[in-house]
Design a binder for this molecule. Structure first.
Ligand code: NAD
Length: 325
């Protein structure tokens, strides 16, 4: 297999490249990444000298660059995106450009080059919000789309384009919608790495609103394993929902991190809530479990311990990012 990974210098993309190169030493991987503020080649030191790995610095919105990078590949795994909801609230335009226009360009080039499989990585956020009172309710593959932030609207637009290509051109794509990932190489603007790095520096942990908004946390290597299964056993045209079975609210995340690091709860600070904050996401992953045999293997407690250990052992990685901010 020769895979074009887009956004492979980001958090999930870099974990995915490392996961795949360790598991399939014969596979070739081309990583196309623009290296925005979120892209970091330090994530890929483990594979950068591997002759089966190639990095291409470029924008998914540039058709010529995409064509050159994709030519010769049989598979595309598309991670590249603007991914931070808060940034989408203050500046939505680049989210439309990268997440919608960029995806459309990738789809057109993939169709021209007869790519055998295109996998599109999306989010649970396209489904909108669940309530905090009906805790049995979860998103599924048939939940209607109801995006509520510029980020989720742009991801919904990209999902619709992939679905339109499947229906209109019989294009061989699959889609996955997953919950909040966490683990190594997570950019310290997202809640878990932000809280860990702040706690390590004895800085306050800014919790939105009353800290009641719930997310379903998925350890990043479990997500990589799910994409691997979809590529090898998933059915073309299908969508798969991937969840971590680990619902936690913002205050619980802060408490877990402070507890594991032995830091005082006085570091918790409640700040003005995010605009239009979705109150709860949770995913029913029974389809991918029944059809492909996937389920999350890392519990929230294990995943948080591993993640905290990683940030403690890799301070130079995050200090370099923080010093640029
Ligand atoms: N992180 C999560 O919890 C989560 C949850 C659900 C879905 N997703 C989706 O997974 C994918 C990866 O998320 P992530 O957290 O790794 O994101 P990230 O922000 O860490 O990484 C995004 C990567 O894409 C690159 N990129 C951005 N614009 C580009 C462009 N125009 N051309 C080429 N490369 C570009 C960046 O340089 C970066 O390396 C995204 O599509 C995101 O929507 C993420």
């Amino acid at each position: 297999m020769k895979i074009l990974v887009t956004g492979g210098a980001g958090f999930i993309g870099s974990n995915f490249i490392i996961y795949m190169m360790n598991k399939y030493p014969d596979y070739q991987i081309v990583n196309l990444d623009k290296l925005t503020y979120a892209g970091n080649l330090d994530n890929l030191k483990e594979v950068e000298k591997n002759p089966k790995y190639k990095f291409v610095h470029g924008d998914i919105c540039d058709r010529d660059t995409v064509t050159k990078a994709m030519r010769g590949c049989d598979t595309v795994v598309h991670f590249a995106a603007e991914s931070h909801v808060d940034r989408s609230i203050t500046g939505p335009a680049v989210f439309v450009e990268t997440n919608i226009v960029g995806t459309e360009i990738l789809l057109e080039v993939a169709r021209d080059l007869n790519i055998k499989r295109f996998h599109h990585v999306s989010t649970d956020e396209v489904f909108g919000t669940l309530s905090l009172t009906n805790l049995g309710e979860k998103f599924t593959e048939t939940t209607p789309y109801s995006p509520r932030s510029p980020y989720s609207a742009s991801k919904a637009g990209s999902d619709h384009l992939v679905r339109a290509f499947i229906e209109t051109y019989n294009f061989p794509a699959t889609i996955s919608n997953c919950t909040n990932n966490y683990g190594p190489f997570h950019f310290p603007e997202k809640i878990i790495p932000l809280f860990i790095t702040n706690a390590l520096k004895n800085k306050s942990l800014p919790i939105y609103g009353k800290g009641k908004a719930v997310r379903d946390y998925l350890y990043v290597t479990d997500h990589c394993a799910a994409i691997d299964l979809i590529l090898h056993k998933g059915k073309v045209g299908e969508t798969y929902c991937i969840g971590g079975d680990s619902e936690r609210n913002g205050e619980e995340i802060a408490d877990t991190i402070l507890d594991l690091l032995g830091k005082p709860s006085t570091l918790k600070t409640f700040v003005e809530d995010r605009k239009g904050h979705d109150m709860r996401y949770a995913m029913d992953h029974s389809k991918i479990t029944a059809e492909l045999g996937w389920k999350p293997t890392v519990t929230f407690e294990e995943g948080m311990k591993k993640t905290i250990e990683w940030y403690k052992a890799n301070e130079s990685w995050w200090q370099k990012i923080i010093s640029k901010k």
